[in-house]
Design a binder for this molecule. Structure first.
Ligand code: SF4
Length: 210
């Protein structure tokens, strides 16, 4: 699929959240809500130096955590979220990050989308995360004609090889943040503009394959 190939060339690293293990990825992913991966990467080295395990973070003083993660925005809410996620990891999973979707969604702050990101990037288990960017891009590219995340997940997974699921969804999210933004998509600079049915650019010969 051309979309897979072009986005892989454009974003060789599917996730730009710096992490050394699934615990760090889980916490970084919660922190990445409403902010850029870059601002998360600025705060996580010190956060994980002080709290390297779920047990450490579960016992953290929220005020200290708030100060450490302040640049990511919504820092009070996020401090509560990551501490309660760490407590749940300790209470239910012995301080480890579980490697299944059913278990991951038991952790506060981890929905189906985030769980798929963690499974794919943290455990190498293929998963197709669907968020608002993925909904928008898959519809604009006419890969699907639905806004239902579960249907989108099923339909796209049926189109691409399993080993591409995680990378494609993470790259669609990156592309949605940077180029195919909700209002005024930047089609003129988009690497998909020669075949995207929603492109505002009119190439001489539009390709059919997606
Ligand atoms: S060509 Fe435009 S509408 Fe299509 S994916 Fe790119 S930015 Fe989005």
């Amino acid at each position: 699929m051309l979309t897979v190939e072009r986005l892989r060339d454009l974003y060789p690293a599917a996730t730009e959240l710096a992490h050394q293990n699934p615990f760090e990825l889980l916490i970084a992913t919660i922190l990445s809500a409403q902010t850029t991966d870059r601002s998360v990467n600025l705060v996580t080295p010190e956060l994980f130096r002080r709290y390297p395990t779920a047990a450490d973070l579960a016992a953290a003083d929220p005020a200290v955590v708030e100060t450490l993660i302040k640049p990511t925005g919504f820092f009070r809410l996020k401090a509560r979220r990551i501490i309660s996620a760490a407590r749940k990891l300790v209470d239910l999973f012995g301080g480890n990050v579980p490697g299944t979707l059913d278990d991951l969604v038991k952790v506060p702050g981890i929905g189906r989308k985030t769980a798929n990101v963690i499974l794919g990037a943290g455990f190498g288990v293929p998963g197709f995360a669907v968020d608002t960017h993925v909904i928008r891009l898959t519809n604009r590219l006419k890969l699907v004609a639905t806004k239902d995340p579960v249907k989108i997940e099923r339909q796209v997974c049926a189109m691409v090889p399993k080993e591409e699921w995680t990378g494609l969804s993470l790259r669609l999210i990156l592309h949605g943040r940077r180029v195919c933004v909700a209002r005024r998509p930047r089609c003129e600079e988009c690497v998909l503009n020669d075949f995207c049915p929603s492109s505002t650019v009119r190439p001489k010969a539009r390709r059919k394959a997606q």
